[in-house]
Design a protein around this ligand. Structure first.
Ligand code: GAP
Length: 445
């Protein structure tokens, strides 16, 4: 794809997200703030649905993973021990002419401004990505705290308490979803690189001699999550193994998605060794080793991590689902018109079924059906405007099924179910609609 076309697709996606209420720029009326995004009604529903799916798959459906919801601000020693305060930095450089700021590793031609072409860049400087704040009324070093840069550190810190209260033995995992903050030098590609974002992480604690087996296992499970649950085709996903590893790690890989702007990481699967647990033991001066009663030995568990960005998964779903095609229209003087649709998987679509009475006169019969469907699915009712316009709106927000009630419904006790992707229409008995949808929205039950 050419760069113009790539930019074009991203621009169209950003416009659709704004027009239909998925994602807005944060505090837009004041000119926005770079790297921060608000999720509008359909966006927040999509994001919650994906998070719920992840939580069910990673925690609720399993016996060996439990959950945690820790605070965003922790004792600053957490970030000293984790290495973030000393090492979590990127090199940045400024163009002396146009004043634009860049991450050095993102410059295609070092020393040259990609924006204005000037060969007058400042010496690279280290820039720590942790977001700072103050706790209490005094704004000095002693009261400085940090917003978490990853959700996993509190998992390591709370490991012993979680293990005891959840009555878990190795191997087992602790999962957490929530906000993370990074003072990214160059936020870009819509929500892809934001300064505030949601992570979904799971740390799996095991014996060191079993760690590579678990690493393979989790890589396979995570791949399956994207392919089998979210319906991504395998050619838009790929695995990139890290060539450079941290000294304590034995393996690490990224799962990437083919975004319109190129391949981008959506998840990392990491072998973290015993680094985090041993560092927190050292800095807290607490014995955080695990005692294996059967083998009568004490050791730091090895950690396998799965870490993904919820905003990136949502962006991948939106980009993957974006379609433009020509469809029949009843507009005057036209036979066909551009149709935009979002082919989102029914399981995460913000609206799973829309109930559309052909005319308002049919409300009396259509409303009870809507109320009934709303108990089982995310449903929306729309009785305004022409049916064509209502279909187009539902297509753009990614509604997989529209149920239309017409005058025949009063006779045959049936409705028309229209499929977003194929635009085929099927006549389904009123008493069968819920089961028909159930089989297509929750096929695995
Ligand atoms: N605990 C390991 C860790 O945080 P990471 O590769 O830095 O690893 C994990 O981040 C995931 O978090 C990434 O794969 C990405 O999906 C998401 N992520 C990281 N930085 C992000 C940002 N600035 N904006 C949106 N998502 C981000």
């Amino acid at each position: 794809m050419s760069t113009d076309k790539q930019n074009d697709t991203m621009e169209k996606l950003v416009a659709l997200c704004k027009r239909r209420g998925f994602i807005f720029q944060s505090s837009e009326i004041y000119g926005g703030i770079n790297g921060f995004w608000d999720y509008a009604p359909y966006g927040v529903t999509l994001r919650r649905a994906v998070e719920g799916l992840w939580w069910k798959y990673m925690v609720e459906d399993r016996e060996d993973v439990v959950g945690l919801d820790s605070t965003i601000i922790c004792n600053p020693m957490v970030w000293k021990a984790s290495g973030h305060l000393d090492q979590f930095s990127d090199k940045m450089t400024d163009c002396k002419k146009c004043k634009k700021r860049y991450r050095v590793d993102q410059l295609e031609t070092p020393g040259v401004c990609p924006d204005c072409g000037a060969k007058d860049m400042t010496e690279p400087r280290e820039f720590n990505l942790m977001m700072k704040t103050f706790v209490g009324p005094v704004f000095d070093d002693e009261h400085t705290a940090y917003l978490r840069a990853e959700t996993c550190q509190p998992i390591f810190v709370d490991f012993e308490q979680v293990r005891i209260t959840a009555r878990q033995k190795l191997p087992f995992g602790i999962a957490q979803t929530g906000k993370a903050f990074r003072n990214e030098i160059n936020p870009r590609f819509f929500t892809f690189r934001s300064r505030e974002f949601v992570q979904m992480e799971m740390e799996f604690f095991c014996r060191d001699d079993e760690a590579m087996k678990w690493y393979e296992y989790w890589r396979e499970r995570r791949w399956s999550f994207y392919r089998d649950l979210l319906g991504f085709r395998e050619d838009v996903l790929r695995i990139q193994h890290h060539e450079k590893l941290a000294h304590y790690a034995k393996a690490a890989l990224d799962i990437e998605f083919a975004f319109p702007f190129g391949w981008g990481e959506i998840e990392g699967v990491h072998h973290r060794g015993t680094w985090d647990m041993s560092r927190h033991a050292e800095y807290s001066k607490k014995d955080l080793r695990y005692f294996d009663q059967e083998k009568n030995e004490r050791f730091f568990p090895t950690v396998i991590e799965t870490s993904c960005g919820l905003d990136r998964i949502c962006l991948a779903l939106l980009a993957n689902g974006y379609r433009e095609d020509m469809a029949q229209t009843k507009k005057e003087g036209k036979e066909e018109d551009l149709r935009i649709s979002l082919s989102l998987p029914p399981i995460v679509a913000p609206v799973q079924v829309a109930v559309l009475p052909l005319v308002k006169k049919l409300n009396e019969k259509a409303e009870p059906l809507y109320r009934d469907l709303k108990r089982r699915f995310r449903a929306e009712y729309d009785d305004g405007g022409t049916i064509g316009k209502r279909y187009r709106r539902q297509d753009e927000i990614g509604t997989p099924f529209c149920v239309t009630m017409d005058f025949d419904s009063l006779e045959d006790q049936a409705v028309t179910v229209r499929n977003r992707d194929t635009m085929t229409q099927e006549r389904v008995g009123l008493d069968q609609v819920a089961n028909y949808l159930e089989a297509r929205i929750h096929p695995a039950g």
